[in-house]
Ligand binder design. Structure first.
Ligand code: MG
Length: 411
């Protein structure tokens, strides 16, 4: 079993030279912890951050990569002023800068950890350059999974997800070469987020602070809200179909509030393989950076998993109060994933801006999917990366524009 890769083109030598896109975010921070603990295996060659210039400068001063990138050109003077004496890296900027960073000839491994659809261009650029792509930006596969898959094979690139559930499935399936014939279905676990078990009446009144309190994982705001609505799991279901080449009907979700079992494979004979680990993103990051070899995370401070310390429970997701999960299934079936993602990103943005209520997030997304069903479906099967990205961007902007002014009473 392998991820999206032919294996033949994969860099198998160490140290890996890394470009970390989104280095100032939560995943970026964990990635740098992995590097800190395994400096003989991983070298930072480029860092890119969007907003937190102070943090980017701090990271740059520690790892002194020869390349940096920021999103906005006006941030370059501030960044330069914060760099230590004698260190003067090349500083790129904007979308073009991110694309350059992700395709630098000296870099073999790219971490794509930007938030949302904005991460797609750099992901595609890295795949097109034949890189080993550690993909934390799951939206890239949601938006253009089939295209990225075919591009990766054509360019001898590898796409390895940085996601605890998909890392778990990789470990469950790895020893088997005939997975497709023998797997009955895959079960992605979901913590259920902060509102697991809550009634609709309760959900009517939840605020931003409540939704941002994830019980098990420390993550950025967008993915934390996605976890609270179960949209994150919906996006992971779509990701699973692209990663493993299996049908939507073969992917199930189970709520597992302890976040110890990260996913399961159910075999045709009824047996089940599960992967268990402490919830820490350094594990999937280290595995993605070292794939197809498997380096073990060396952090001695990592707590051991104590199975006697807690009861592990599993239940069906509440699809009535958390309809985002089914909206993701529907979007994949109807070939409306670009539209689903655009609607979700605006819904989350508007919830965080206090423009809509928590329960209006699925309401907005459903309204956008209904609108989008009347449009022609995009066909991304062929075309240069620039052409495909342009097609996706046009549809993405179209849905965002409608979603930004959507209004309806809370139902
Ligand atoms: Mg996940």
């Amino acid at each position: 079993m392998q991820y999206i890769s032919s294996l033949s083109g994969i860099c198998a030598s160490f140290p890996r030279r890394l470009a970390l896109l989104g280095s100032t975010g939560t995943i970026g921070g964990s990635a740098l912890s992995v590097v800190r603990e395994s400096r003989e295996y991983f070298h930072v060659y480029a860092l890119a951050g969007a907003k937190n210039i102070q943090k980017l400068a701090q990271q740059a001063n520690e790892f002194t990569p020869p390349y940096l990138a920021v999103l906005y050109e006006q941030d370059i003077p501030q960044l330069k002023s914060l760099l230590k004496p004698g260190y003067s890296p090349v500083i790129l900027h904007g979308k073009q800068g991110y694309k350059e960073i992700s395709s630098l000839p000296e870099v073999d491994t790219v971490l794509s950890a930007q938030v949302g659809a904005s991460g797609l261009a750099a992901t595609v650029s890295a795949v097109n350059a034949g890189k080993h792509v550690a993909l934390a930006n799951k939206e890239s596969l949601v938006l253009a999974g089939a295209y990225i898959r075919s591009l990766a094979y054509a360019k001898n690139a590898a796409v390895i997800p940085v996601d605890s559930e998909h890392y778990a499935l990789f470990q469950c399936l790895a020893p088997h070469t005939n997975t497709a014939q023998n797997v009955k279905n895959l079960i992605l676990t979901a913590s259920g987020g902060p509102f697991h078990g809550k009634s609709r009446e309760f959900l009517h009144h939840v605020g931003i602070e409540d939704a941002l309190k994830h019980p098990n994982w420390k993550m950025g705001a967008k993915i934390t809200i996605d976890s609270a609505t179960l949209m994150n799991k919906g996006l992971e279901v779509i990701e699973a179909c692209h990663l493993y080449g299996i049908s939507l009907e073969q992917v199930d979700v189970a709520v597992h509030p302890q976040s110890v079992v990260h996913s399961l494979a159910v075999w045709q004979d009824g047996s089940v393989t599960a992967q268990l680990a402490v919830p820490d993103m350094k594990l999937p990051i280290c595995a993605a950076f070292s794939y197809p070899l498997m380096l073990t995370q060396k952090n001695n401070s990592m707590p051991s998993l104590d199975l006697t310390a807690q009861i592990l429970s599993f239940e069906k997701p509440d699809r009535t109060n958390f309809p985002c999960l089914d909206l993701a299934y529907q979007a994949y079936r109807d070939n409306l994933c670009i539209e689903l993602n655009a609607a979700n990103e605006i819904a989350v943005e508007r919830f965080l801006a206090k423009e809509i209520a928590f329960l209006q997030i699925p309401q907005l997304i459903e309204a956008m999917l209904n609108q989008a069903a009347k449009l022609d479906r995009l066909s991304l099967a062929a075309g240069t990366p620039d052409k495909v990205l342009q097609q996706i961007e046009e549809r993405d902007i179209h849905i965002r524009t409608i979603a930004k002014t959507w209004q309806a009473p809370l139902t």
